[in-house]
Design a protein around this ligand. Structure first.
Ligand code: CMP
Length: 143
């Protein structure tokens, strides 16, 4: 089973979309293996977004992601990484298809409601950045 990191970004939390997004994940049949509300500090934010350092949107991205609480989740399931990326939709709001989280709720490319890991390597690194092993729960999902 794959694990992926999902972040409901400050705009998703401030707009009251947490239940909507978590509901989509549960209804899809993916498992929530870890879930918490937290404020991301600048150190963890810069580790998380290291690959974007130097890009013109980097500073506003770090300011945004550290500005207000986020929901952090470990989402588990078969092909969880690709499934969650598909459910999130394209990064650029205008390119995100209707029916995806960003397609339905985002108008902006930085404030785009959610982040989800783009590969198995990213997922492992990103999960470790935000969760201790004991925060990740093993249980059976009855569908
Ligand atoms: P995310 O999936 O969290 O990964 C990197 C983030 O950088 C992305 O979502 C957006 O929030 C942001 N981002 C990516 N490309 C751009 C861009 N061209 N302009 C502004 N923000 C961007």
């Amino acid at each position: 089973m794959e694990k992926t990191l999902l972040i409901i970004k400050p705009d998703g939390v401030e707009r009251g979309l947490v239940g909507e997004i978590i509901g989509r994940i549960e209804r899809k049949g993916l498992k929530l293996s870890a879930l918490k509300l937290d404020i991301i500090g600048r150190e963890k934010a810069s580790l998380h977004y290291a690959e974007h350092e130097g890009k013109e949107f980097y500073d506003s991205l770090i300011n945004f992601i550290t500005s207000s609480p986020v929901v952090l989740a470990v989402v588990e399931g078969e092909k969880a990484i690709a499934t969650m990326r598909k459910m999130a939709g394209a990064t650029r709001a205008l390119e995100a298809e209707a029916g995806t989280i960003r397609g339905d709720f985002a108008m902006d490319t930085t404030k785009n409601i959610v982040h989800s890991s783009d590969s198995a390597e990213s997922a492992e690194r990103e999960i470790k950045n935000f969760f201790k092993p004991e925060e990740i729960m093993a249980y059976k999902l009855y569908l």
